[in-house]
Design a protein around this ligand. Structure first.
Ligand SMILES: [Zn+2]
Length: 423
C-alpha cells in the first residue's frame, strides 16, 4: 500500500523567483490559448508546447506550466457546466510543480534546474527533509516564493484485518466501532461554533459591503480552523483505535446527502444550516488519507450496501421505531419491537455498517482456512448475523468522547466511559 506525504522546507532565491514569475506569465498565456481554442486537456496543448521551442527554459517547467493551465481550464469548464460564474482572469500564485529535472545527491543537496542549460540552484536540504525523504520514492517538487515542498510516496505495510469498524457520521457526532465496543465522539461543538459565527457575521452593521465581506471572511476562517482541529482529533482517534485493534474502516457513501436539505424544501433556514454544517467529505477525506498512512484498510460501502443502515436493528434486522414527540428521555434513540429495547441511533448505524463492511470484506476473500470465528459467522446474511451476536455475550461497550477536549498533537488523552444503550 502506498501513502502519499509531503515535506516542506523554507527557501528563498532570487533567480528562482524570477523563473517563477516567468512561469506564471506562461501559465496565463497557456490558459488564454486554451480558452481561445476550446482546449482543456494536455493532449490539445501540443501546439502551445511547440510554440515554446525557442524559449530558454528547461522542458520540465514547460510541462508544469501546461499541466497547471489545463487544471485551471478543466475546473472552469466544470463551473460553466454547473452554471457557476468563473472568475476571469484567474488569479494565480507564483508557484510551479515539477516532476522531473531536479535531483538530490546522496549528501542531501538538491539541484533545481535554472533557465540556462546545466545551470542549477544548489540547495542544502535540512535534516528533517533529508530524514523524511530517505528511502522513499520522490514524486514531485513544488516551488513557491518562499518554500520548497516535496511530495513523496511511502510504502506502508497494510495491517492485518481482524475486524471491521463501522463509521457513522452525522452533524452531532462521529461514531465508530463493532459489536465489542463503540466509541462516540461528540461533535456538537463544531455546530455550535458555526452557529455562533453566523450570528456574529449577521450582526455586522457597517454600511460597506467590501469591509463587511473582509471581516466575515476573517471570522469564517477562524471558525474553519477551530472545527478542523476537532475534526482532526476525532479522525485521529478513529484511525488510531482501528490501527491498534487491527480493524478496517467501513465508510458510508454520503454523496447526495446535501440534496436532502436544500433551499425550497420547506425545512427552514436554521435547520438546513445545522444539518449542512458537518463537513462530511472532509471527514471522509481525512479518514482515507490517515488510514493510508497507517496501513488501515478502508472499505467504501456503496449506496445499496448501506441501504437502511440507520433504520434497521443491528441485532435482529427489524425495522426500528422513532420515539414519540416530546419523549425527552429517548432523544436520538430508537425502539426495537422484537428485542424490546432502546438503542442509540448512531451506535446502531455504526454497528450495521460494521456488519455490512464485514460481509463485503469476507466476500472479497478466498474461501477460508483459519478465518476467525467472528468473521465467519458475520459473513453470511442476516440470519447468521444474529447467531454471531448471540455467541458474543458481552454487551457492546460504549465510550463517549468530547471532540473539543481531545488532545491535539499527542493524540487523544481524555476518555470518559458513558453508559451503554438503556434497556
Ligand atoms: Zn432488534
Amino acid at each position: 500500500m502506498g501513502a502519499t506525504k509531503c515535506v516542506t522546507q523554507m527557501f528563498q532565491n532570487d533567480s528562482l523567483n524570477s523563473l517563477l514569475y516567468d512561469c506564471l506569465t506562461l501559465t496565463y498565456n497557456a490558459i488564454h490559448h486554451g480558452q481561445e481554442n476550446g482546449i482543456t486537456n494536455r493532449k490539445g496543448m501540443k501546439e502551445f508546447y511547440r510554440s515554446l521551442k525557442g524559449l530558454e527554459l528547461p522542458s520540465c517547467y514547460k510541462v508544469a506550466v501546461i499541466s497547471r493551465a489545463c487544471a485551471v481550464l478543466d475546473s472552469r469548464k466544470k463551473s460553466e457546466r454547473r452554471g457557476v460564474d468563473a472568475r476571469h482572469p484567474t488569479p494565480l500564485k507564483p508557484a510551479v510543480c515539477i516532476i522531473s529535472g531536479f535531483f538530490i545527491t546522496a549528501k542531501g543537496r538538491l539541484f533545481i534546474p535554472l533557465r540556462k542549460r546545466n545551470e542549477y540552484a544548489d540547495v542544502v536540504l535540512n535534516h528533517h527533509a533529508q530524514e523524511r525523504l530517505e528511502g522513499n520514492e520522490l514524486r514531485s517538487l513544488t516551488i513557491t516564493q518562499g518554500s520548497l515542498s516535496f511530495c513523496y510516496s511511502e510504502e506502508v505495510e497494510p495491517s492485518p484485518v481482524r475486524t471491521v469498524y463501522g463509521v457513522d457520521r452525522n452533524e452531532k457526532n462521529l461514531t465508530f466501532g463493532n459489536v465489542e465496543s463503540v466509541t462516540q465522539v461528540d461533535m456538537t461543538e463544531t455546530v455550535r461554533i458555526r452557529q455562533a459565527t453566523r450570528e456574529i457575521v449577521k450582526s455586522f452593521r457597517r454600511n460597506d459591503v467590501r469591509v463587511k465581506r473582509k471581516l466575515a471572511s476573517k471570522y469564517w476562517k477562524r471558525c474553519r480552523d477551530r472545527t478542523n482541529q476537532m475534526l482532526h482529533a476525532a479522525t485521529n482517534l478513529t484511525v488510531e483505535t482501528a490501527s491498534r485493534n487491527e480493524a478496517a474502516l467501513a465508510l458510508e457513501d454520503l454523496t447526495d446527502i446535501r440534496k436532502m436539505y436544500r433551499k425550497g424544501d420547506g425545512q427552514g433556514t436554521d435547520y438546513r444550516f445545522r444539518l449542512n454544517s458537518w463537513p462530511y467529505w472532509k471527514a471522509a477525506q481525512m479518514l482515507e488519507y490517515k488510514s493510508a498512512w497507517r496501513g488501515v484498510t478502508v472499505i467504501p460501502l456503496t449506496k445499496s450496501e448501506t441501504n437502511g443502515s440507520s433504520s434497521e436493528c443491528s441485532t435482529c434486522g427489524e425495522r426500528l421505531h422513532s420515539p414519540e414527540k416530546g419523549d425527552a428521555e429517548h432523544r436520538r434513540m430508537l425502539w426495537c419491537q422484537t428485542c424490546k429495547k432502546w438503542t442509540d441511533r448512531d451506535v446502531n448505524a455504526a454497528l450495521n455498517l460494521s456488519e455490512r463492511g464485514l460481509a463485503r470484506f469476507a466476500s472479497s476473500l478466498p474461501q477460508p482456512a483459519g478465518r476467525s470465528q467472528q468473521v465467519y459467522l458475520l459473513a453470511g446474511d442476516k440470519g447468521e448475523a444474529v447467531e454471531a451476536v448471540k455467541g458474543n455475550p458481552t454487551q457492546t461497550v460504549i465510550l463517549r468522547v468530547d471532540a473539543s477536549k481531545l488532545g491535539g498533537r499527542n493524540g487523544p488523552t481524555l476518555y470518559s466511559a458513558g453508559h451503554g444503550p438503556s434497556t
